[in-house]
Design a protein around this ligand. Structure first.
Ligand code: 13P
Ligand code: SF4
Length: 308
């Protein structure tokens, strides 16, 4: 079957089964195109919370589908690629966090959404790259804060908020490839371009980037919005490169230059259009979280959704 035929069959099945397709901006373009809602981690979590569909087909990596299942336990949440993991989510376990907390009594734990349900169940607040700064700013001053698992996002938040959070040493294997040296070299090579940078990037907390007049640091949705509104015609894209699909759709008359050609997330690419169809046909692979963990994990997630 061609991509067009597969996409049409997906749309038919969706209607028959009352299913919604959610996809992250890092998935393959043909998967993005078949989605009912395309978003970043926060937007997707909000959509999972509000949909009335019976089935959610979550085109993303495992922690994303798991988070949707925690938020909407009465929905059937399907992940087309059950082998799609995430280096950040895999950098810490629930047990690791329990031990880290024991070594820092009285600490408030903020966990990035890129974590397993076990980790969230042991955290106080959850956040995404869209609202991490606001979540941390809302915490009482004078209390120690433990941030897991992204050292780059954590260092960026420390710089922006002036807090001194303890950081877990996890990283995104894609954004780790973007140190300040590479970003500065690209800014020099394209003196008329704005740098769009994800805070998970290695260079996001470097002062030369943070205070650079042509650097804009934001979540995926934030970058897309900035490019659309900006009068600038050229952008250096320092994040996962599939984002360019939506950037171009929103701003067809602008130019998007990859900061580095290798920043593609192989885990997200495991979600193929064929797997999306199979997920709907067979209603596979269902993601469920055990009640005792789900109940605890839903508290920090709800706090994340409550922060605007
Ligand atoms: P956002 O979706 O919050 O931009 O995060 C990017 C990411 O790496 C998701 O895995
Ligand atoms: Fe995880 Fe990085 Fe892939 Fe996002 S881009 S899913 S953080 S490995």
């Amino acid at each position: 079957m061609s991509v067009k035929e597969i996409s049409e069959r997906i749309k038919q099945l969706q209607e028959e089964k009352n299913a919604i397709i959610l996809a992250h901006y890092y998935t393959r373009p043909e998967v993005q195109d078949v989605a009912d809602y395309l978003g970043d981690s926060l937007g997707l979590s909000r959509m999972a919370a509000k949909t009335t569909a019976r089935v959610i087909v979550f085109c993303g990596v495992h922690f994303m589908a798991e988070t949707a299942s925690i938020i909407s336990p009465d929905k059937k949440v399907l992940i087309p690629a059950r082998d799609a993991g995430c280096s950040l989510a895999e950098s810490i376990t629930g047990q690791d966090l329990i031990e880290w907390k024991a070594a820092h009594p009285g600490g408030i734990v903020v966990c990035y959404v890129n974590t397993s349900a076990d980790v969230k169940a042991n955290a106080d607040y959850c956040c995404t790259s869209s609202n991490a700064t606001r979540v941390v700013e809302s915490l009482p001053a004078g209390r120690p804060v433990l941030f897991v698992p992204d050292k780059n996002l954590g260092a960026y938040i420390n710089k922006v908020t002036g807090r001194n959070m303890e950081l877990w040493h996890g990283d995104c294997c894609v954004h780790e490839r973007l140190p300040a040296t590479v970003l500065l070299e690209r800014l020099d090579a394209f003196p008329d371009a704005t740098l769009l940078l994800h805070p998970e990037a290695n260079g996001s907390s470097d002062d030369r980037i943070l205070h650079h007049p042509r650097a804009f640091i934001a979540s995926t949705a934030g970058m897309i919005d900035r490019a659309r509104r900006s009068s600038c015609r050229r952008f250096i894209v320092a994040t996962e490169l599939e984002t360019i699909h939506e950037l171009k759709k929103n701003s067809p008359d602008k130019e998007f230059i990859p900061a580095l050609r290798s920043t593609l997330c192989g885990q997200m690419k495991r979600v193929t259009i064929e797997r999306v169809l199979e997920a709907l046909e067979k209603e596979q692979f269902e993601v469920k979280v055990e009640d005792s963990i789900r109940e605890k994990a839903s508290i920090p997630i709800q706090r994340m959704l409550d922060v605007k």
